[in-house]
Design a binder for this molecule. Structure first.
Ligand code: FES
Ligand SMILES: [Fe+2]
Length: 436
């Protein structure tokens, strides 16, 4: 096990519910993660609604690296490494826009929307026609479009995207279904919200896998009832009174979901307050979703993680984010906000206001989380503190049981209630990749 090369030989031992603090602060381990955890995985890079017209592009990240996600003439989507083949300059310096080509600002090589090197100054008089432009295009990633979401991988040997997802495919499809259950029913609003946090990327990742245990942290926000119904807590689903089980759903690939499985199909209960137009939209959507999905509509997911660093929230507030690894102790967060494409404008505005109040750098709930993660980073990194492992033993002996709802997935391991089951699964996959 190559982790023995590092300062700590027991970096992650999730089977016993222990994880070394070293993996949150060691730059050596961080550098290994980029190669062994991020590089072989598929990365979420954006959504097709960001690229409505030919030539539209947005910048995104695969691991640490900048990529251009661009719609070429004819509609295909390319993901290109934003690094000039001549000396490495980013060839695109804007966050988003529309272009017919990307021209490097250093020596002006220019590249087509599919990455092909088309323009080279002094091609004839200085390269004497000997530069084979076909060999010097931008590096292209493999691309997968899945119900509107766009994914990329630079690893030619990685399995295809749906194999990478396994049974998680059901949940990513669910994530991209609008409240009425329509596939690929969302669009991105606004730009991508970006900010930095002084903590390791895994604090956010493991929290999103299923940390149902930290509600204590959000007590003040819960008391304010910042969800729009204003009726209960900060969370829209808190308004639904039908009994449910809280599920921790884990996949062997390290992907995880947290979800409410209701005992019966729920009647519509207003999660969105007194605005009649908004309420009417969600009431109609609720009914359509139950007709479309039948018994499966009893499952309302709250969020999850596509391993390693894509994270999402659902259950009335659909956002997708990535934890961009900057260093062992710093993470950049990118967050996409989604609204149902066919919804009236007032619904889109309502959701936008809620997202900004709930999450992100100014969101009341996420401020609690970021305070925890950055303080935990400081509390973890000292010469004494880093010698002692974290504890992940919450409900460690709980057996996975067979669920009558076979559609939860053949490969999934599902437990109910407050547990660190999903976190252990996340670190088990992390360990497999780091030990290979
Ligand atoms: S670095 Fe891009 S043209 Fe020289
Ligand atoms: Fe939280």
């Amino acid at each position: 096990m190559r982790l023995r090369d590092t300062a700590d030989a027991t970096a992650a031992n999730p089977a016993e519910g222990m994880v070394s603090r070293e993996i949150f602060s060691s730059e050596t381990i961080f550098a290994q993660e980029l190669e062994r955890v991020f590089a072989p995985s598929w990365a979420f890079v954006g959504h097709t609604s960001q690229l409505a017209a030919d030539g539209d592009y947005v910048l995104s990240r695969v691991g640490q690296e900048s990529v251009i996600v661009a719609r070429e003439r004819g509609g295909g989507i390319n993901v290109l490494l934003n690094s000039c083949r001549h000396r490495g300059m980013p060839v695109c310096r804007y966050d988003a826009g529309n272009a017919s080509a990307f021209t490097c600002s250093y020596h002006a090589w220019s590249f087509d929307l599919d990455g092909a090197l088309t323009g080279v100054p002094r091609l004839n008089e200085a390269y004497h026609g000997e530069l084979d432009r076909s060999q010097w295009g931008l590096i292209k990633a493999r691309v997968a479009i899945f119900y509107g979401s766009i994914w990329a991988s630079f690893d030619e040997t990685a399995p295809d995207f749906e194999t990478f997802l396994g049974d998680m495919a059901y949940y990513v499809r669910d994530l991209m279904q609008s409240p009425d259950g329509e596939d690929d029913g969302y669009e991105v609003i606004g730009g991508i919200v970006k900010w930095r946090m002084p903590c390791n990327w895994k604090f956010g990742a493991e929290n999103f896998t299923g940390d149902h245990y930290h509600n204590y942290s959000h007590r003040s926000v819960d008391r304010l009832k910042i969800s729009l119904s204003g009726k209960a807590s900060r969370h829209p689903l808190a308004a639904i009174q039908t009994p449910f089980k809280f599920l921790n759903i884990a996949h062997p690939g390290g992907h995880t979901v947290r979800a409410n499985l209701y005992e019966a199909l729920t009647d519509y209960q207003s999660m969105w307050g007194d605005e009649p137009e908004v309420d009417a939209y969600f009431r109609a959507a609720h009914d359509k979703r139950q007709k479309r999905l039948g018994d499966r509509a009893r499952l309302i997911t709250r969020g999850g993680v596509v391993f390693p660093n894509m994270h999402y929230n659902t259950g009335g507030r659909t956002t997708i984010g990535i934890w961009v690894p900057v260093s062992a102790a710093e993470t950049e967060v990118w967050r996409w906000l989604f609204v149902p494409r066919e919804a009236p404008q007032i619904v889109k505005d309502t959701l936008r206001h809620f997202y900004l109040r709930y999450g992100g750098p100014a969101g009341m709930t996420e401020q609690d989380d970021m305070e925890n993660w950055s303080a935990a980073q400081r509390g973890t990194s000292g010469v004494t503190a880093r010698k002692f492992p974290f504890n992940f033993q919450l409900n460690i002996n709980e057996a996975h049981r067979a669920w009558p709802e076979a559609w939860l997935g053949a490969d999934t391991m599902v437990t109910a209630g407050v547990s660190e089951h999903n976190q252990r699964s996340f670190y088990t996959r992390w360990n497999e990749l780091m030990s290979a």
